[in-house]
Design a protein around this ligand. Structure first.
Ligand code: MG
Length: 403
């Protein structure tokens, strides 16, 4: 599946401004939710899907320039391929964004920026269902009793709710179906409140996919406060495990022998003597790799790169680390901090610690300030003190990978 996503952030959000009473003259989706603009949350979630190759953002016309400069192909928003000015109705904005999507996309996914709590789990489920139909949308079976009333709020009927669903976004459609729906819309431009509505008009088969995770639409300021609460206590958000951080520890020790290259933290620190091992024997990188596996509940380095396997003889430990980091990122997490201690008698590391720190930061795609290296000697005590061994410890923090 090759999916192009459209995120709609062009609505005026008048009800929100009225209820917020903050005098904050900003479209609600750009309003800071916790510490960053509301619309960035769903961008983070959408970016985590491998099938989604690009995101086209529809924004208010006065913000298009700023948003282009700030977000297109940058950081967590690196999948944003373009920002377009929204149109008069929802479907007009959608159509303008649709025209900017890649022609080779097989599916188009449409999401409201005002639903920041979209979870990775719900997104994956939706995409799975989309394979078997013209389209699929997230939704929830209606729980409350629904009344139909006249203009004076007098009840006319109680609507049986058994067959009723509340529609959410994202909604995903085959490109060809949406294309047909837009052609129909151009000649019959009656407004609809969601995108499935357009496709229903041309008789497309769209399935409802039950979303069991919170995905509220922020309409009023109290919705906003609720979203903030749900994000704070870990009930919602992009965290598919319900928590936003995980920790892991790692430890490794290697015997030191003469006439071997000594690798530590991916840096050669001696030619005369070095750590014995099946691979290059880099105790620090092994400890960090184990800490990453620990935080992810993925076993240890021996499970992943067994020393009984010939392929790993003399292997670069930096490659082990890269492989594990990639796997973790694909599962929606990433390293955010690492602290380490090296136990080594000689050579002294004072002059080389910064170099190891930079190398480790690069391997983990971290800023240097989030990488720490501590070095200890054992004052002549034990095997490490006699310079017969090197040991390393690491503790790693993982956070959500927003792309
Ligand atoms: Mg080792």
């Amino acid at each position: 599946m090759k999916i192009s996503a459209i995120v709609l952030a062009a609505g005026a959000g008048r009800r929100f401004l009225r209820t917020a009473k903050t005098g904050f003259p900003l479209n609600k989706v750009f309003y800071p939710l916790k510490s960053r603009p509301m619309f960035t949350y769903s961008l983070g979630t959408l970016s985590q899907s491998r099938e989604i190759r690009e995101i086209v953002l529809a924004a208010p016309s006065d913000l298009v320039g700023t948003l282009r400069k700030k977000y297109v192909r940058k950081g967590f928003a690196r999948k944003i391929s373009s920002v377009v000015a929204g149109g008069k109705e929802r479907s007009d904005s959608c159509l303008k964004a649709f025209q900017r999507t890649r022609r080779d996309a097989t599916h188009i996914l449409i999401h409201d920026a005002a639903r920041p709590l979209l979870s990775v789990v719900a997104l994956r489920k939706l995409i799975r269902f989309a394979r078997k139909s013209d389209g699929a949308i997230l939704g929830k079976p209606v729980a409350p009793t629904i009344k139909q009333a006249n203009q004076n709020n007098q009840i006319e009927a109680t609507i049986p709710r058994e067959k009723m669903w509340e529609a959410e976004t994202p909604q995903i459609f085959k490109r060809s179906i949406l294309d047909k729906a837009f052609r129909f819309y151009k000649t019959n431009p009656a407004p609809v409140s969601d995108d499935a509505g357009l496709c229903e008009r041309i008789g497309a088969k769209i399935v409802l996919v039950e979303n069991v995770t919170p995905n509220i639409k922020i309409t009023t300021f109290s919705d906003f406060c609720l979203a903030e609460k749900l994000l704070s206590n870990g009930t919602a958000g992009t965290a598919k495990h319900g928590i936003a951080q995980k920790w892991g520890m790692g430890y490794d020790v290697h015997r030191i022998v003469p006439k071997r290259k000594f690798m530590l933290g991916g840096i050669k620190i001696s030619d005369q003597f070095g750590a014995l091992g099946h691979s290059d024997g880099d105790a620090l990188l092994h400890a960090v790799t184990d800490a990453l596996l620990g935080a992810s509940g993925l076993g240890d380095i021996g499970d992943w790169f067994p020393d009984s396997d010939k392929r790993y003889r003399g292997a670069s430990s930096a490659d082990f680390l890269r492989k594990v980091v990639k796997h973790i990122k694909d599962t929606g997490w990433k390293p955010v901090h690492v602290d380490t201690t090296i136990h080594l008698e000689r050579p002294k590391l004072a002059h080389i610690k910064e170099k190891i720190r930079s190398r480790l930061a690069r391997l983990l795609s971290l800023d240097k300030k989030n990488v720490n290296i501590k070095a200890k000697t054992h004052e002549g005590l034990g095997a490490i003190g006699r310079a017969k061994a090197v040991a390393a410890e690491a503790i790693v923090t993982l956070g959500m990978n927003h792309g």
